[in-house]
Design a protein around this ligand. Structure first.
Ligand code: ADP
Ligand code: MG
Length: 504
């Protein structure tokens, strides 16, 4: 059986509460993606990608190709299909124990019961770092706790029932947390004090657990060389209480349940289809290039394809010489940018092939003549004249084909530092509106998009629409191997692609 078939098998099996998967990547990623999507709609999949440090990035001419690590795709499949991803196999296995018996928390607020101080502090730290909240209890709950607790108990969250606590004290605290509306899950620190009836404590935990009202995990710290504590453990195990040998492990298991709860609330929606698109025109351009054996599209081709998909570009023209360039600049309106256009030149500015902010026809002519004399030895040059758009934030939007999967779409802060900063995020195409929004907010420098120190923020809606249009373009033109727009100039009102590359 293939991995997708096995996943579907367990997905359909009634006795399976969650599916666990270790993988080094998929030979048939698209098929796995479809299977995972079907199964995660019904039950949790917990998965771990092995071989994460493999840094063999593909040698590629485009920015996007070199920024996507070899197997970023597997993690992206996990993300797209709502698979709970792990980086530690022990943590995944321990989480699976909780998934096997516990309901999914409705929120991230946890109530802690403890009979010792230290482990509760450790648990709190780990729970909080897993995104959980340890809220204050309602006054009513604290009042009710007094009925069951010893005078020296701490009636807050964590509830410290103290070391001498027996069955009634644990049960009293558990009942309060079950009824407390401000708490979605329960964390128990049960250190087996030799002077208490630990069996009775275990029986009370089991009884509450059987009610299945809120997820429970238990840090069971004990000395298993003593037979009576083995019995205590067996009571908990037989009662379906997920027990762990230290507070961190228990906290991470609850953290996984809670992370899954959040994952279930995320709906990425369906990809949007833009109808103002001339798909045929774009296809004919690509087919013409294929016929002529060209793998890198010319600037004219690239900008025509962008325009066919409603991707906003700065006014442009491709010209053959200085006087054509000057005339085009007059039409477009000054100031303009002149860029050399030649298949043999990849990064134009590295060659002195980009001149910005040219304010009149004479400067345009002089610039073209200068480029011709310096760069003519590369072959026949054309000159790309474009409206100069100063003061925008430079973004990059790109795509790369992933064998057996389709395209990965990339978004990040662009410009000439993109390879240094590597501050980009990826999604598998087709990219929905929700995913496009996630791409914007998930880069490290996301705050820059909203503007800092009084700067205006950029037009997020326009960027999201552009990403979705790119996604649609890729779906229509699967032969595209690599594409990037670097930069896309982003302003408070509108975004414009000012440099584009497409390889088929
Ligand atoms: P390349 O990436 O091949 O060097 P680009 O067309 O991206 O060439 O130009 C290099 C840089 O010049 C861009 O990152 C941007 O800072 C600036 N630039 C290019 N076109 C424009 C434009 N139309 N308006 C403003 N700045 C531009
Ligand atoms: Mg560029």
């Amino acid at each position: 059986m293939s991995i997708p078939e096995i996943v579907r098998y367990y997905g359909a099996d009634e006795g399976t509460k969650a599916v666990i998967l270790y993988t080094e990547g998929f030979s048939n990623p698209r098929e796995f993606l479809e299977a995972a999507r079907d199964v995660t709609a019904k039950k949790p999949i917990l998965a771990m990608k092995a071989g994460r440090t493999e840094q063999g990035a593909k040698a590629a001419s485009s920015h996007t190709g070199s920024l996507a690590g070899v197997d970023i795709a597997t993690e992206l499949i996990f993300e797209k299909t709502g698979i709970l991803s792990f980086t530690d196999e022990g943590e995944m296995a321990r989480a699976a124990m909780a998934f096997a018996s516990q309901p999914i928390p409705k929120g991230n607020r946890v109530g802690i019961i403890t009979n010792t101080g230290g482990p509760a502090v450790i648990a709190t730290d780990v729970l909080v770092s897993c995104g959980l909240d340890v809220p204050k209890l309602a006054a009513r709950s604290i009042e009710r706790l007094k009925e069951s607790q010893f005078p020296e108990a701490a009636l807050e969250n964590p509830i410290d029932v103290v070391a001498t606590a027996g069955g009634p004290q644990f049960r009293g605290a558990l009942d309060v947390l079950l009824d407390e509306e401000g708490v979605d899950s329960i964390f128990i620190n049960f250190v087996t004090a030799p002077f208490t009836d630990t069996h009775e404590v275990a029986r009370q935990i089991v009884e509450v657990n059987r009610q299945g009202r809120k997820p429970i995990v238990c840090n069971f710290m004990t000395d298993l060389s003593q037979e009576r504590f083995q019995i205590t453990r067996d009571i908990l195990k037989a009662g379906g209480v997920p027990i762990y040998a230290n507070p961190s492990d228990a906290a991470k298991a609850l953290g996984a349940l809670s992370r899954y709860g959040r994952l279930k609330q995320r709906h990425i929606g369906l990809p949007q289809t833009f109808t103002d698109v001339d798909a045929l025109k774009a296809r004919l351009i690509v087919e013409q290039a294929q016929k002529e054996g060209r793998t890198v599209l010319s600037a004219t081709d690239v900008y025509n394809i962008f325009e066919a998909y409603g991707i906003p570009v700065a006014g442009w023209a491709v010209t053959a010489n200085a006087s054509e360039a000057a005339a085009a600049a007059e039409r477009i309106g000054f100031p303009v940018v002149v860029k050399v256009d030649c298949e043999a030149i990849d990064h134009k500015s590295d060659m002195g092939g980009v001149a910005v902010n040219l304010k009149d026809a004479a400067t345009v002519r002089a610039t073209v003549d200068d480029m011709q004399s310096r760069l003519g030895h590369f072959g026949t040059l054309k000159f790309f004249v474009q409206k100069f758009l100063p003061g925008g934030r430079e973004l990059i939007i790109g795509a790369t084909a992933e064998r057996g999967l389709g395209h990965l779409v990339m978004f990040g802060l662009g410009g000439i530092y993109v390879e240094v900063l590597k501050d980009v995020s990826f999604k598998i195409a087709p990219v929905t509106r929700v995913e496009a929004g996630e791409m914007l907010s998930s880069i490290k420098t996301a705050a820059l998009l909203d503007g800092v120190r009084g700067e205006k923020g950029i037009d997020r809606q326009a960027v999201m629409a552009l990403i979705q249009r790119v996604s649609q373009l890729l779906g229509d033109l699967p032969m595209i191997q690599e594409m990037d727009m670097n930069p896309v100039m982003a302003f408070a009102d509108g975004v414009y692609a000012v440099d584009g590359r497409i390889r088929i």
